[in-house]
Design a protein around this ligand. Structure first.
Ligand SMILES: [Zn+2]
Length: 54
């Protein structure tokens, strides 16, 4: 998976979010995150951040 193609990078990072509580990664639609329709499957919290930011 060591590719630098922009399209691949976008696919890898675009729809992935990280739980703010338990750091679980989750691939979902950003719209659903904004609408709070996504719940962490581990801790059931609804706080997510995009995977890129620290
Ligand atoms: Zn969590």
């Amino acid at each position: 998976m060591a590719t630098k193609l922009p399209a691949t990078q976008a696919r890898l990072f675009k729809n992935i979010f990280v739980c703010r509580h338990c750091k679980a990664k989750l691939r979902t639609d950003p719209r659903k995150v904004l609408e709070k329709k996504v719940r962490c499957r581990k801790c059931l919290k609804k706080a997510f951040r995009p995977i890129k930011k620290k």
